[in-house]
Design a protein around this ligand. Structure first.
Ligand code: UT7
Length: 329
């Protein structure tokens, strides 16, 4: 038996709200059109929660599916990592609330704030805890209720976002598979291009500053677009190099679903044809940290990912943050 401990994804799950908001619905809310949104982003519809549904609720459903597939009990979970920028509360973490809902009483709990890269940051953290033998079973989540921080009067942003959650169980294995490599990066000097200006310790909320609508996401789309294409391409090249493989050996690329044009540009740069790139942005829009685990779950359940498949995951988001992971199933 090999002494090398690998971290394998042994179960996945996802949860998206039932309520669908189409581009035609948005035409009635802001000055936009189905044609503009489809051409510029690839999005046709997105899922939006009913009032009162929190990130921990969507996470719970996704987690149960992942745990069932991996045959993991709540007590077996050593660590819960929740990637989110839309937590239930500022305090406590959403991981704590999820722990209670699951009855995962033996788990360490923390949220990871890395915006759209949150799930990749979570996977990388899980891999490190498993390979250092501090944990055997980790629940990694990417969840967002972006509708709660969306300015529904701002057509530059409100047409892009959606709600959802994805989960993965990561476990130790001696098999020659699992998370083969991860790469994480960031650039805080570009924070102002995609941020929520107020509501933290720097500018706490007041009645007056809420009127300026600065507690919602602000984005300079075309600047973010350029950085996203560059960083997602670099992160994909980097992970192939770390894994010692070529782009021909990648069975599936799962990029963060922010814009179909960013996805296509990234695929072109790394020479992976679009028939080996997973796309579901048309159904869900940009769900930030949830987009990759939702796509991963769909790709596994539909049989696109099979035992032995080599899958590259790549994300870019606010911060800026970016990163990638190479996983053999
Ligand atoms: O999740 C990770 C981080 N996020 C991203 O990666 C998103 C990155 N950015 C993007 O996906 C794109 O930049 C957008 C989809 C946000 C915008 O596409 P674009 O091709 O960069 O358009 P633009 O921002 O340059 O805007 C073009 C025009 C503008 O009009 P003018 O100034 O040229 O007259 C906008 O006012 O489109 C206008 N516009 C709209 N028109 C109809 C902006 N939003 C809308 C809209 N409907 N919803």
């Amino acid at each position: 038996m090999s002494s090398m401990i690998n971290a394998a994804i042994t179960g996945t799950g996802s949860s998206t709200p039932k309520r669908v908001l189409t581009n035609f619905d948005l035409e009635k809310i802001v000055d936009t059109s189905d044609e503009w949104i489809t051409e510029r982003s690839g999005i046709k519809e997105r899922r939006i929660v009913e009032n009162g549904i929190a990130s921990s609720d969507l996470s719970l459903e996704a987690s149960k599916q992942a745990m069932e597939e991996a045959k993991v009990t709540p007590e077996q979970i050593d660590m819960i990592l929740v990637g989110t920028v839309t937590p239930d509360y500022l305090l406590p973490s959403t991981a704590c609330i999820l722990q209670d809902k699951l009855g995962a009483k033996n788990a360490g709990v923390m949220d990871i704030v890395a915006a759209c890269s949150g799930f990749i940051y979570g996977l990388s953290t899980a891999q490190a805890f498993i390979q250092s033998q501090q944990c055997k079973t980790i629940l990694v989540i990417g969840v967002e209720i972006l509708s709660s921080v969306t300015d529904w009067t701002d057509r530059n942003t409100c047409v892009l976002f959606g709600d959802g959650a994805g989960a993965a169980i990561v476990q130790d294995t001696n098999d020659d598979r699992g998370i083969l490599a991860t790469f994480l990066s960031g650039d805080g000097s570009l924070a102002n291009l995609l941020h929520i200006p107020i509501g933290g310790s720097k500018v706490p909320l007041t009645e007056d500053n809420i009127k300026e609508r600065k507690h919602f996401i602000r984005m300079q789309g075309s600047e973010v677009f350029k950085s996203a294409v560059r960083s997602m391409g670099d992160a994909t090249e980097r992970i192939l190099k770390l894994g010692g493989i070529t782009s021909e050996q990648v069975d599936l690329l799962i990029p963060h679903q922010a814009n179909i044009r960013i996805i296509e540009a990234t695929a072109r740069r790394v020479k992976i044809p679009m028939d080996r790139v997973f796309v579901n942005i048309q159904k869900y829009g940009n769900t930030s940290s949830a987009s990759i685990p939702i796509a991963l779950d769909e790709a596994r359940k539909s049989g696109v990912i099979k035992p032995g498949s080599m899958v590259a995951l790549v994300a870019f988001g606010g911060g800026f943050t970016w990163g990638s992971a190479l996983v053999k199933f």
